[in-house]
Design a protein around this ligand. Structure first.
Ligand SMILES: C[S@@+](CC[C@H](N)C(=O)[O-])C[C@H]1O[C@@H](n2cnc3c(N)ncnc32)[C@H](O)[C@@H]1O
Ligand SMILES: [Zn+2]
Length: 356
């Protein structure tokens, strides 16, 4: 985490349904150049402690529960003998043992260095596959050519190209491996990538920020054989990755000129609140991009028989005027070497109303 990020953050704690939203104090345990690797963010009002682990601040209202829940899941699913899981396993055991127990908040130990090569499949392939110049299955060649011209990422790229964002801040909510956070960072003064998954954020941080260490080599499968490929991503210094929930963002009001909510409202719960938070954190006249796969989920506030449709999205976010809708946008997801899924992706652009 960069020091400058502190001034944009607020406490996400919810007490009896009310958000604390006070500013945070920073206690640094370990720094490397201009990056805070370990430390604590402490609320100046409610005194809740939020850890910074491997450079990533974890800013959740139910921080204790999150860490306990994840410990159980990760402990079960991780084999500490497997190298690529080693760091996370250790991190979780450290967390469980000491770091988050009362009065021991600053005791966060170092982890061994994270492995330099990681397996690259599923979502990672989709996000960085083109940068690795991976070969696609021959039967997909023509479809992918068309898809490249017309997909959500291309729409976002074209939309950003027309915008003047030089002194502006932006946010990518549900950023996963940070592909769109990086795209935003190239255009604006500073961008944030927010996600609920620690492993995704750590991977993003290692690929794009080289924090806590650089990750540029990936194992991919081609023609049934495992090959090691290298990314050509240039390190970016004007972005940070934050672990937070999209329905309760730890950011001040009216901060961002651009907000991207790409393929998150359809998979996350509390999606009405996700849209409200997007509206709250946008600057006046700031713009929001929303994309989702329509039939995946239903909007919480709507009756059960109402699907997640673009008109329901428009109704759910009252502080935004939607001005453009892109229909029938294909979304191709590569799950493994020869297995692709095709979805219909609904994409919308909106602008925050001025009287808000
Ligand atoms: C389908 S991926 C989308 C990734 C990227 N935005 C894109 O369009 O390629 C959805 C991401 O949302 C994250 N996510 C799910 N629920 C979330 C929540 N409540 N808050 C923040 N992120 C969440 C997941 O961890 C996952 O990385
Ligand atoms: Zn607080």
């Amino acid at each position: 985490m960069k020091l400058q990020t502190l001034s944009d953050l607020i406490c996400p704690k919810i007490h009896n349904g009310k958000k604390c939203h006070k500013i945070l104090d920073l206690h640094i345990t370990k720094e490397k150049k201009d990056e805070i690797l370990y430390g604590l963010l402490i609320c100046t009002k409610c005194r809740t402690k939020y850890p910074i682990i491997q450079g990533i601040p974890i800013l959740l209202s139910d921080i204790g529960k999150y860490l306990k829940d994840n410990f159980a899941i990760i402990k079960k699913s991780l084999n500490p003998k497997r190298k690529d899981n080693e760091d996370l396993f250790l991190y979780m055991s450290v967390v469980k043992r000491s770091a988050f127990q009362e009065n021991q908040g600053t005791k966060i130990f170092d982890l061994p260095s994270t492995p330099k090569t990681t397996k690259f499949e599923g979502y990672k392939l989709l996000h960085y596959g083109d940068m690795l110049k991976t070969t696609h299955a021959p039967f997909m060649k023509d479809i992918l050519k068309l898809h490249k011209k017309k997909n959500a990422y291309t729409i976002i790229k074209n939309w950003l190209e027309e915008k003047k964002l030089k002194d502006k801040k932006t946010i990518d909510v549900g950023c996963s491996f940070g592909r769109l956070t990086l795209l935003l960072a190239k255009k604006c003064s500073f961008s944030y990538g927010v996600d609920i998954s620690f492993t995704d954020l750590l991977t993003a941080s290692r690929i794009i920020k080289h924090v806590p260490n650089k990750l540029s080599r990936f194992k991919v499968k081609e023609s049934g054989k495992s090959k090691t490929k290298t990314t050509n991503i240039i390190k970016s210094n004007n972005l940070d990755f934050i672990l937070a929930s999209a329905d309760n963002l730890p950011f001040k009001d009216n901060l961002f000129e651009v907000s991207i909510n790409s393929n998150i409202v359809d998979i996350a719960s509390k999606n009405v609140n996700i849209l409200k938070e997007a509206g709250r954190t946008l600057e006046k006249k700031g713009e929001l991009f929303v994309s989702f796969v329509p039939f995946f989920r239903r909007l919480e506030s709507e009756k059960k028989d109402k699907a997640l449709t673009s008109s329901n999205i428009k109704k759910a976010i009252k502080s935004i005027t939607f001005y453009k809708e892109f229909k029938h946008i294909p979304f191709i997801m590569r799950n493994s070497e020869n297995f692709y899924n095709l979805y219909n992706n609904c994409c919308m652009l909106g602008r925050k109303k001025t009287n808000n």
